[in-house]
Design a protein around this ligand. Structure first.
Ligand code: NDP
Ligand code: BG6
Length: 469
């Protein structure tokens, strides 16, 4: 097989730091099951964690985690997967843990492992340095979970530490939204359909909105979330990655670096959030969640109006909203087009037609809807909205989950669906004023669309398009 410039050789082992943690349980083991099922997992999987578990206990936990998401898991898949698992029990602060890891990899004949950091971010630098202490940094790549830093300076500092141990091309930064089929489809949809390109600019587009709404609250992650908030948790990463895919210019070619280059350029053209164009909210009851400070002013909702100062987008408002405990679980991008220059058929005094929309559903029931206008039956030349809609699961069949795709890519050596450092830094630059001058946090009720103060971000004549699942 020919590798593209930025691709790397296939890995021969997967090392899971944090193999006993929540992410491993909820996402990584189910993803490994699916990789095993499709034949894409052909390497030993070595967990490293502190818990005093035997190999049997480790396998049992992995098994239970898989059954929780795949109740009808197939023994013909499960059994070989369990055979692959190995646990190194030890603290990352103990050098003996690292000697044992190296000896285990040597025993497997590994020359090129994936080191997956499903661990608290505070430990990323230490684990990278310890890998170097046993010379394993020359034998593989690291996969770093989010959050990548807390702000621009800490993201740069973290990167400097990692870069002193691994070269950039062997640092894979996870943003699981980049592993979602529906998010990746934005690229294909935009650049494979010639009918969209001529109108995908300020001349025809009036505004763009991206909403990421969850109905769940912080769900037992209160102590983590209260140190982070919605801007750092999802706006800086998942949401701005979606904006980049919607706004960027076509990449110069198929190599991953061309895609990253265009994302960097479009993020560089985005002006940093004006704190006057930011509204933060907190759901009523958040302060009673376990692990949350009783006087917390951390946001569980954030809305902002962004600008991209480029030839394509100058003057077009980009409205973004993220929040927990909202009305619907959805991630949706709505591109709203200008009204026609003149209404030809308004003599009868009927209602003005609604504007055309393209709505991308990126979460549940993913797909796309074109909202167009058609004649209302009857004597008058009035119009009403008709939707041309496609549900991707029905049209295209079931697709793989994000973590399955990303773990598979990490093993295969494909960096395309990971975040490059310069893009990450640009996204921190954009949100930095919101972190420095966050302003008040407005209360909102669970099950609402967040605080009504978010309406003040909208230009005259604009309104929020609420997703419906
Ligand atoms: P957990 O706290 O549940 O798990 C942390 C893991 O790290 C455990 O396996 C723990 O081992 C291990 N660990 C911690 N300190 C040490 C140490 N000194 N020596 C050896 N092992 C250690 O965290 P999560 O799984 O929730 O999160 C992991 C990463 O994934 C974080 O970066 C998080 O931000 C990210 N993430 C998590 C998501 C989630 O839904 N959970 C979603 C998106 C990203 P042990 O328990 O055995 O001590
Ligand atoms: C994670 C955030 O990165 O994304 C969580 O830390 C959030 O707070 C989750 O719930 C949402 O992911 P998804 O795929 O369910 O939209």
């Amino acid at each position: 097989m020919m590798l593209l410039d930025s691709e790397q050789p296939r890995a021969d082992a997967l090392v899971l730091f944090g193999a006993t943690g929540d992410l491993a349980k909820r996402k990584l083991f189910p993803a490994l099951y699916h990789l095993e099922r499709t034949g894409a997992l052909d390497v030993p999987v070595i967990g490293v964690a502190r818990s005093d578990w035997t190999d049997d206990a480790f396998c049992q936990n992995a098994h239970d985690a898989i059954i929780a998401s795949e109740p009808h898991a197939d023994a013909a898949v499960m059994d070989p997967l369990m055979e692959r698992l190995d646990l190194i029990q030890g603290d990352y602060a103990e050098q003996s843990t690292w000697e044992e890891l190296r000896a285990t990899l040597d025993r497997h004949g590994s020359k090129n492992a994936v080191y997956y950091m499903a661990i608290p971010p505070s430990m990323f630098p230490e684990v990278a340095r310890r890998l170097a202490s046993v010379d394993l940094n020359h034998r593989g790549r690291i996969v770093v979970e989010k959050p990548f830093g807390r702000d621009l300076p800490s993201a740069q500092e973290l990167n400097a530490t990692l870069a002193s141990v691994f070269p950039e091309e062997r640092i894979f930064r996870i943003d699981h939204y980049l592993g979602k089929e529906s998010v990746e489809d934005l690229l294909v949809f935009r650049f494979s359909n010639t009918l969209l390109e001529p109108i995908w600019n300020r001349r025809y587009v009036r505004s763009v909105q991206v909403t990421m709404s969850e109905t769940i609250g912080v769900e037992g992650r209160g102590s983590f979330y209260d140190g982070v908030g919605a801007i750092r948790d999802v706006l800086q990463n998942h949401l701005l990655q979606v904006v980049a895919l919607l706004a960027m210019e076509p990449p110069a070619g198929s190599d991953a670096q061309f895609l990253q280059d265009e994302k960097t350029k479009v993020m560089a053209a985005m002006t940093a959030i004006d704190p006057a164009h930011l509204v933060r909210g907190q759901y009523v009851g958040y302060r009673d969640e376990p692990g949350v400070e009783t006087d917390s002013s951390v946001e569980t909702f954030a809305a902002a109006r962004l600008e991209i100062d480029s030839w394509r987008w100058a003057g077009v408002p980009w409205y973004v909203r993220v929040g927990k405990a909202l009305t619907e679980p959805a991630t949706e991008a709505v591109v709203e087009f200008h009204s026609p220059p003149r209404l030809l058929f308004d003599e009868a005094g009927g209602p003005a037609p609604d504007r055309n929309l393209v709505r991308f559903r990126l979460g549940n029931s993913d797909g796309v809807t074109f909202a167009l206008q058609a004649k209302t039956p009857g004597p008058h030349l009035d119009s009403q909205e008709v939707d041309i809609s496609v549900d991707f699961a029905a049209a295209l069949g079931e697709r793989s989950e994000a973590y399955e795709r990303l773990l598979g890519d990490a093993i295969a050596g494909s960096p395309r669906r990971f975040a490059r450092q310069d893009v990450v830094e640009q996204t921190w630059r954009v949100v930095q004023p919101a972190l420095d001058e966050p302003g008040p946090v407005h209360p909102y009720f669970r099950g609402s669309w967040g605080p009504s103060e978010a309406d003040r971000l909208l230009a005259d004549g604009d309104h929020w398009y609420d997703p419906s699942s």
